[in-house]
Design a protein around this ligand. Structure first.
Ligand SMILES: Nc1ncnc2c1ncn2[C@@H]1O[C@H](COP(=O)(O)OP(=O)(O)O)[C@@H](O)[C@H]1O
Ligand SMILES: [Mg+2]
Length: 260
C-alpha cells in the first residue's frame, strides 16, 4: 500500500479482542483514521473505552486482532523506528539513581557520540524548561517536573511521532495548563506528529488540530472533529471564544452528554 503524501499514520479497520474474566471481550472494532505529518490529534473517550489499548496498537506494543497500522507507509509489526510512546505513569519510568540529565539521555546513549548526546539532552531540557534542574535527582522534583523529564527523554530521541497516554492526567490544574502550553511550543518548534490520549475535553480541544472521540463497546471513532482555532492558543482568551465553546459543546455531545 502506498502512503498518501503528507500522511503519517494510517489505521485500517483495527479490531482488538482481549481475554476477559468470562471469555474474550471485543474492545475495539472498525477503528479507522489517519493522521497527517505534523498534525496534533487527540483521542478522547471515557475511562475504559480502549484508548490505551489503541495507543499500544499504534505504537506496535500490542498486535491488533485484525486490521493494519501503517506509519509513513510501512506496516507496523513491532515498535516502529521514530515512534516514541510517553506513558501515563512517569513515577515508574524515571531511574531514581540517575540525575535528570542522565535520565533524559537514556534513550540515545548507545546511539550517538558524547557531544551529540549532550547537545540533544540540553536541547530537550530547554524545550521543557528544565535546564536548571539537569544535575538533580528526579525524586527531588515535583510530579509536574518529573513528567517534564519523561517528555524531555522522548524529545531527545528526536522522534518523528510522539504517542502520549494521558500524560498530564495526574497533575494539578495549574501544572497541567503550563505543560499544555509547553507541548504547544514543542509542536511548533519541532513539527512532530503527536497522537495524544486524554479523557479531558477541554485539553483535547485546546491542544489539537483534530479530536477523535472513541465511543461504544466495542469502541470505534464516533466523531472526528477539525479544530480550526488559530495558534498560538492562550489558556484564557482561546477558551473564552465562541468558536472554542462551540467545538467543546460538540465534543461533549459526541461523548453522550446531552443538553436537556
Ligand atoms: N491486557 C488486557 N487484558 C484484558 N483486558 C484488558 C487488557 N487491557 C485492557 N483491558 C480492558 O480493555 C478495556 C479498555 O481498556 P483501556 O484501553 O485501558 O481503556 P482506557 O485507556 O480508555 O481507559 C477495559 O475494559 C479493560 O478492562
Ligand atoms: Mg488508559
Amino acid at each position: 500500500m502506498t502512503a498518501l503524501a503528507g500522511e503519517s499514520l494510517a489505521c485500517h479497520d483495527i479490531a482488538v479482542t482481549l481475554p476477559g474474566a468470562s471469555g474474550p471481550v471485543d474492545i475495539l472494532r472498525d477503528v479507522r483514521f489517519s493522521v497527517a505529518r505534523g498534525e496534533f490529534v487527540s483521542i478522547l473517550g471515557t475511562s475504559g473505552t480502549g484508548k490505551t489499548t489503541l495507543l499500544r496498537v499504534l505504537g506496535g506494543l500490542l498486535a491488533a486482532s485484525s486490521g493494519k497500522v501503517h506509519w509513513h507507509g510501512v506496516e507496523v509489526t513491532g515498535p516502529p523506528v521514530g515512534v516514541v510512546t510517553v506513558f501515563q505513569d512517569y513515577t515508574h519510568s524515571l531511574l531514581p539513581w540517575r540525575t535528570v540529565r542522565r535520565n533524559v539521555a537514556l534513550g540515545i546513549e548507545s546511539q550517538c557520540s558524547r557531544e551529540e548526546r549532550d547537545e540533544r539532552v540540553d536541547a530537550a531540557l530547554s524545550m521543557v524548561g528544565l535546564q536548571k534542574r539537569a544535575d538533580e535527582y528526579p525524586w527531588r522534583l515535583s510530579g509536574g517536573m518529573q513528567q517534564r523529564v519523561q517528555i524531555a527523554r522522548a524529545l531527545a530521541m528526536e522522534p518523528q511521532v510522539l504517542l502520549m497516554d494521558e500524560p498530564f492526567g495526574a497533575l494539578d490544574a495549574m501544572t497541567k495548563a503550563s505543560l499544555q502550553d509547553q507541548m504547544q511550543q514543542v509542536q511548533e518548534l519541532t513539527g512532530t506528529t503527536i497522537v495524544f490520549v486524554t479523557h479531558d475535553v477541554e485539553e483535547a480541544v485546546y491542544l489539537s488540530d483534530r479530536v477523535l472521540v472513541l465511543h461504544g463497546s466495542p469502541a470505534n471513532v464516533g466523531l472526528s472533529l477539525e479544530i480550526p482555532l488559530s495558534r498560538p492558543r492562550h489558556q484564557v482568551t482561546t477558551k473564552e471564544g465562541a468558536d472554542y465553546l462551540e467545538l467543546r459543546h460538540r465534543v461533549y455531545e459526541a461523548l453522550g452528554h446531552k443538553h436537556e
